[in-house]
Design a protein around this ligand. Structure first.
Ligand SMILES: Cc1cc2nc3c(=O)[nH]c(=O)nc-3n(C[C@H](O)[C@H](O)[C@H](O)COP(=O)(O)OP(=O)(O)OC[C@H]3O[C@@H](n4cnc5c(N)ncnc54)[C@H](O)[C@@H]3O)c2cc1C
Length: 256
């Protein structure tokens, strides 16, 4: 007969098994927004041991809010985007200006796609620092997000990974830590160039172009790529985010 203690024991056993299993991985992705989830699926599809770490309890980043909380987002009519929608089973309605997709369906199916492919997701955990050896990022330092919110002095734990991806969106939190503590990024100034004001037509291409290695062992994708390499924001259009997630996965697969 099930009881409270047995429930507790089963939850703890599986959680600790996961934590121990994922102390050493191939790729850590910080941030479960659209680009991070898409990257996770395509890496995991290729048998890469992938850990996606999200500091909020909910997975999906900025997708849920659609455009000003209207629950739809747009993606472009592009062959590569049709393929991604198909891979995740996301339905779309074709309009003259692009493909309209539900933000709720998109967030849920991107998450399901990453998990079904074999990526592991830790939520409620924040990446707060990186581990470095021989001028190369080789892991992340993590703590419960609630510890940060409560302002508690609690030492973090560390996971090792061959590659780290900063998919933390506008704040580009991992890259910020690298600039503060480790050294120059591969940007013109060596620092975070900073996100610029809204310019959709320009930035949808730039977010893909800016998806690259920002420091040895550290890749940036999604809005973090535009923040780090200095490009405009683009609002609730997500084609660039989708392609950025796919590109970072392809780049890491090539390196591996
Ligand atoms: C709350 C929010 C509001 C937004 N509002 C707007 C807007 O008004 N206009 C606009 O143009 N764009 C906005 N965006 C961004 C927009 O939704 C993006 O175009 C798109 O969502 C970016 O996708 P992304 O893959 O870069 O990651 P995002 O969707 O930005 O998601 C990043 C994820 O990383 C997580 N994260 C951050 N730091 C850490 C960390 N240290 N460790 C672990 N996880 C971390 C975040 O909780 C989030 O879930 C917003 C995004 C968010 C998260």
């Amino acid at each position: 007969m099930i009881n409270e203690v047995k429930t507790t024991r089963n939850i703890l056993k599986h959680s600790f098994d996961d934590l121990i299993k994922y102390t050493e991985v191939d790729v850590v992705i910080a941030g479960a927004g659209p680009s991070g989830m898409i990257a996770s699926k395509y890496l995991a599809d290729n048998k890469v041991k992938t850990l996606l770490i999200e500091k909020k309890l909910s997975i999906g980043g900025g997708i849920w809010g659609g455009g000003m909380m209207f629950p739809y987002i747009l993606v472009q009519k592009d062959r590569r985007i049709y393929e991604i929608l198909k891979d995740f089973g996301i339905k779309y309605r074709s309009e003259k200006d692009g493909l309209v997709i539900s933000s709720i369906e998109t967030a849920s199916k991107l998450c399901a796609g990453a998990v079904n492919a074999g990526a592991k997701i830790f939520n409620g955990i924040a990446v707060e620092d990186v581990m470095i050896r021989k001028n190369r990022i080789c892991g992340v330092v993590i703590n419960w997000a609630a510890v940060e919110v409560a302002g508690l002095h609690v030492d973090p734990l560390t996971l090792s990974s061959k590659f780290v991806v900063d998919a933390t969106g506008h704040p580009s939190e991992v890259s910020n830590v690298v600039v503060r503590k480790v050294g120059r990024l591969k940007t013109p100034s060596g620092k975070i160039e900073g996100e610029k004001s809204m310019w959709l037509e320009k930035s949808e291409n730039l977010v893909v172009k800016n998806t690259k290695e920002a420091f040895p062992g550290l890749y940036v994708c999604g809005m973090a790529a535009n923040a780090v390499f200095g490009a405009p924001r683009m609002g609730p259009i997500f084609g660039g985010m989708f392609l950025s997630g796919k590109k970072v996965a392809d780049k890491i697969l090539n390196k591996m």
